[in-house]
Each structure stands twice: as structure tokens, then as C-alpha cells.
Ligand binder design. Structure first.
Ligand SMILES: N[C@H](CCC[C@H](N)C(=O)O)C(=O)O
Length: 281
């Protein structure tokens, strides 16, 4: 089976051309094996280009490197946009309507090689995150939670997948490997959560470190960057148009005042293509 490796600011994925079958041709357990950086190809996830449904061009499904299936992936859908254009060849489309578990998401290939994505509207009620940190119809903004004997003020935002955002003085000082799993698996998040630690450099420029649900510390997280700008606006810490600096590079995010949708612009690079010699399980 052929695959193509892409990354979005170092958040890297194995992309599979699955356009001829509505079912992914590898299982979540096999995806876990392929993501292993010693015994497999190595990646933060596996992304499938599947046939469209309900009027969309294509469908995206993704398995995290732990084999779990999230609703959406921001860096991943930019990579999928580039992948589809490569598969379609010279007459490729520049906009794709992609069916995802988070709704219809629209990546647009820009002339400068970047990809601009309409990520839809953030979901803000506790039930939509989901979290039990507040009543189902209430928002979670600057809510205290005790983790590792410290009180953190968190703001929760769903971009189809759950995000818990906390603002810190020094993002680089966060011990992600120890504190990340405590947030990810906390009982107040029934579906686990992605966690973003945000340092506000300026209202239009924030620095982010992320511990991803099902993938751990990654170099970038697109949905997390979107969720963090929304959280920054809700807490009056950041502007609606904001640059997000991640270890792998910067994303440009806008939470539009007019349509309340979040737009993300960033790169997506092809690294190599390959053939799987064998896969067990
Ligand atoms: N680990 C995430 C999915 C990938 C999100 C991230 N890689 C992005 O770019 O949005 C989750 O389980 O919700």
C-alpha cells in the first residue's frame, strides 16, 4: 500500500489515498503501529482521503498516534488539501468541501503555497466541549481546576474536538510530559482533552505549547491554535486576528466578527512518498 508523508509546522501525518472505498483501508491498531517512530513510519497521525458524502468533495478521517479517532485536525486538513491537489493533478480544485466528524470544513489552496481553512464556528457550552466543569449550557471561562497541587484557570473551546486553554507567564517553562497527561485524562473531560498553554506576547501575537489528546506533545496543533485565539478573545487577552507561534512555526488565525467562523492560514509540506512492505494485525 502506498502512502505520502506530509507535515503542517512539524505536526506530521501519513496520508492514505482511500478515494475508492468509504472504509479506511487500515485499522486504528495498524495506524498506531505505523505512527511508531522506531518500528513504523513515524507520525502524529494517519489521515484518509475518503469519498465525499452529503454533497462534499471528499471525507476526512484521522487516527491519532495512539489509535484514537478525533473529530478534526487543523494541520492535517491543510495537508489533506495539498494531498488532494497532488492526486488530482494539474486541473486540481483550489477549494475543497471536506466532510469531517466536526462538520464540513473548507481548505483553500492559496497562490503562495499556504492553505487557508474555514474551520467553522467554535462551540462553547460545557456539553459541547464536552466537560463537566460547568452546567451543560454554560461556558467555561477562567474556571479554576486543581492539577498537580496547583490551581489553573482554564477556558474550554471545541473546534469539533475538545480544547482546554490556560494562560501562563512562560509557555516554555511548562513541564508538558508531566502536566499534559494530567489534563488530558482528567475526569472533568469525559472524551479527554487537548491542552494548550498560552503566553500572551502581544494581543495580536501569542505563544503556544500543546499537549494533544492521543498524540502527546506535538510541534503544532491547528485546532488548538484556533481554540486558543477564541479563548484569548473570551478572556480579553488577545485580538480576533492573531498570530500563534508554535514550536514548529506560526499560524495566522482570525475569529471573524462578521460570521463568527474561525479561519486558519498556514503551510503544508509533502516530505516523501513510500510503499508499505507489510503490516500486521
Ligand atoms: N489530537 C487531536 C487531533 C489532532 C489535532 C491537531 N493535530 C490539529 O492540528 O488540530 C485530538 O485528539 O483532538
Amino acid at each position: 500500500m502506498e502512502f505520502t508523508k506530509y507535515h503542517g509546522l512539524g505536526n506530521d501525518f501519513i496520508l492514505i489515498d482511500n478515494r475508492d472505498d468509504p472504509e479506511p483501508r487500515i485499522t486504528s491498531d495498524q495506524a498506531l503501529q505505523l505512527c511508531d517512530r522506531n518500528f513504523g513510519i513515524g507520525a502524529d497521525g494517519v489521515i484518509f482521503a475518503l469519498p465525499g458524502q452529503e454533497g462534499t468533495d471528499y471525507t476526512m478521517r484521522i487516527f491519532n498516534s495512539d489509535g484514537s479517532e478525533p473529530e478534526m485536525c487543523g494541520n492535517g486538513i491543510r495537508c489533506l488539501g495539498k494531498f488532494l491537489a497532488d492526486l488530482e493533478g494539474d486541473n486540481h480544485k483550489t477549494h475543497y468541501r471536506i466532510h469531517t466528524l466536526a462538520g464540513v470544513i473548507i481548505p483553500e489552496l492559496k497562490g503562495d503555497g499556504k492553505v487557508r481553512v474555514d474551520m467553522g464556528m467554535p462551540q462553547l457550552s460545557a456539553a459541547q466541549i464536552p466537560t463537566v466543569l460547568a452546567e451543560a449550557d454554560q461556558k467555561v471561562i477562567n474556571t479554576p481546576i486543581e492539577i498537580a497541587d496547583k490551581l489553573w484557570e482554564v477556558t474550554c473551546v471545541s473546534m469539533g474536538n475538545p480544547h482546554c486553554i490556560t494562560f501562563v507567564d512562560d509557555a516554555d517553562a511548562i513541564p508538558l510530559e508531566t502536566i499534559g497527561p494530567l489534563f488530558e485524562h482528567h475526569s472533568v473531560f469525559p472524551q479527554r482533552t487537548n491542552t494548550e498553554f498560552i503566553q500572551v506576547v502581544r494581543p495580536d501575537y501569542i505563544k503556544m505549547r500543546v499537549w494533544e489528546r492521543g498524540a502527546g506533545a506535538t510541534l503544532a496543533c491547528g485546532t488548538g491554535a484556533c481554540a486558543s485565539v477564541v479563548a484569548g478573545v473570551l478572556t480579553n487577552k488577545s485580538d480576533r486576528i492573531c498570530t500563534v507561534e508554535l514550536p514548529g512555526g506560526c499560524l495566522d488565525i482570525e475569529w471573524s466578527e462578521t460570521d463568527q467562523r474561525v479561519y486558519m492560514t498556514g503551510p503544508a509540506e509533502q516530505v516523501f512518498t513510500g510503499k508499505l512492505s507489510q503490516i500486521s494485525g
